[in-house]
Each structure stands twice: as C-alpha cells, then as structure tokens.
Design a protein around this ligand. Sequence first.
Ligand SMILES: [Zn+2]
Length: 177
Amino acid sequence: MEVPPGENEKSSDDAPFVFQCAGCKTILGDTTAWVCTNETLKTITLHSVSKQVKVKNDLFTCTSPSTVDFGSSYNDLMCCGCDTTIGKLYHTTNQKLDSVRGHFSLLLHKLISYQIGSCTQTMRTSDIYEHMTLPSSFMQEMRVHMKKVQAIIVSINSRLSSVEKCLNDDDDQRDHT
Ligand SMILES: [Zn+2]
C-alpha cells in the first residue's frame, strides 16, 4: 500500500540519502526531493531528479487489472548512464496513487543509496607511513648522502680533537711558567 508523505518521511536530523543507478552508479536523485515510497509499486517518489534521468517520449497505459497502477498513464524513466529503465513518471493515476502523480517514481531494485556523512574509514598518522612506500632510487640516494655526511662529521671530529689537544698543551705550558 502507498505510504502517505509525512509518515515515513525522514526526520530533519537525518542526513540525506543519495540515490544512484545500481547498474552504472550514476547519481539520479536524493532525499531532499522526497515525496513518498510505495510498497506495492516498490518505488520511491521524488519531485525532482538529476539530469541523468531521461523521460522517454512514449506514453503507456497500464492495462493489467491486477496491478495497483491499473489504468494509469506514464512515461518510462531511463538512466542516461546505462540506458536502463529505472522507473515511471505517472501522468494520470487512480486515487490510490494520487501522491505519485506528476513525480518521478524510481524502482527500488534499480537503485543503490548512500547516506551523506556515513563514511567511517579514517587514517591514523602511523597508518599513513605504513602505506607510504618510497622509491628504491630515492632510498639509494639517501644512503649515499648519509655516508657523505658521516665522513664530514668524522673529519670535523678529528680536527676538533687536535685543536683541543693543542689548547690543552698550551694550558699545560702556561701552568708550568
Ligand atoms: Zn545507469
């Protein structure tokens, strides 16, 4: 049965859902344009959709008395990304489908959804270093640089030692005079 707008409307605290084509992931619409869901038709109805939803030209009439949309006229809706039929735009309906008339009804099984802000994967700084691999040429270059720096330090150290030794000798001589 049709669920009237308001009853299953998302609360204003909830972040909006984005609806994508299940076949090609093209974004088709989101819950900011929510009208209603219909459990019998297995559709969600939005008052506006993305430009990736194409309204096909041919107008059809539902002729099967067993369906809830019997007697309704509609255009098929198509995903521009993969040319799949993804729902219907009803022009005339019986009373039961008052709220879907003139809106875009998308078939639930043709959709995937994503809620804004539902990402949970985060990175710690340590994880970033774990995922970081440096090219071996860079590492080789770093090793050569480190050896040069080491050689310079050794040479400075030995010069410093000899200067210190000289200074000590001077002090010793001054003490004896
Ligand atoms: Zn598609």
